[in-house]
Design a protein. Structure first.
Length: 204
C-alpha cells in the first residue's frame, strides 16, 4: 500500500465515526420521544380513568341525594289499608248496600302510624260519608272520585286537620267567591293523605 492511500484511509475514518455518533443521537432522540409518547398515553389513560371514577361517584352521590330528598319530601308513599266497609246506602226506593275496600296513600310514614292510632274515629267518619251516598252516585265515575276526596278529608279530621272540601254541592257556584277569599287570607292546609285507592267496590 502506498503512503498516499494510507493517508486517504486515515482521513476518511473520522467522518465514519461522526456518522455513528449522529445515528446514536437520533436513535436516543427517537427512544426518548417514544418513551415520552408512552408516558403521555399512560397519563391520558389515567386521567380518563380518574374522570370516569369521579363521574361514577357523582352519579352515586346524586342517586343517594335524590333518595334522601324523596324521603324528606314524602315522595315515597306509605300505604295504609283499611278494613272493608259494608254499609246501607241512602236509596229511598229500595234497599241497597255497598261493600268497599280502601287503601290510604300517605306521604309520611310517621303520619301513617298516627292514622292507625285514630282508626276508630276515622272509620266512623268514613261510614258517615258512605251512609249518605246513593247507589246511583257510587256507580258513576265522578261519584267515586268525589267519595275519594271526601274520604281523604274525613280521614285526617280526627287529628285536627281541617281540609277544605274540593267538591262542592249545589251551592258551589254561589260559594266560589267566598272560597277564593278564604284562600287569599290563609294558605291551603296540607293533607298527608295523597290519594284514596279503592281495592274493592261492590254496590248491590
Amino acid at each position: 500500500m502506498s503512503t498516499a492511500a494510507a493517508t486517504a484511509d486515515a482521513g476518511a475514518a473520522p467522518p465514519a465515526k461522526g456518522k455513528k455518533k449522529l445515528i446514536i443521537i437520533i436513535a436516543a432522540a427517537v427512544l426518548l420521544s417514544a418513551l415520552a409518547g408512552g408516558g403521555a398515553l399512560f397519563w391520558m389513560k389515567k386521567k380518563a380513568a380518574d374522570a370516569a371514577a369521579a363521574a361514577e361517584e357523582d352519579d352515586e352521590a346524586e342517586v343517594a341525594a335524590h333518595v334522601e330528598k324523596m324521603g324528606k319530601d314524602g315522595a315515597v308513599p306509605t300505604f295504609v289499608p283499611l278494613d272493608p266497609f259494608t254499609v246501607n246506602l241512602a236509596d229511598r226506593e229500595t234497599e241497597r248496600y255497598a261493600q268497599i275496600g280502601m287503601t290510604l296513600e300517605i306521604d309520611d310514614p310517621k303520619f301513617a302510624d298516627q292514622i292507625k292510632t285514630y282508626m276508630p274515629a276515622i272509620r266512623n267518619n268514613i261510614l258517615m260519608v258512605l251512609a249518605h251516598k246513593t247507589s246511583t252516585e257510587l256507580l258513576q265515575r265522578e261519584g267515586k272520585q268525589k267519595l275519594a276526596a271526601e274520604v281523604a278529608r274525613e280521614a285526617v279530621r280526627p287529628m285536627g286537620i281541617e281540609v277544605e272540601d274540593a267538591h262542592g254541592g249545589d251551592a258551589e257556584a254561589d260559594a266560589a267567591d267566598a272560597r277564593k277569599a278564604r284562600k287569599k287570607r290563609k294558605p291551603p292546609v296540607h293533607n298527608p293523605v295523597r290519594q284514596v285507592h279503592f281495592s274493592n267496590f261492590i254496590v248491590q
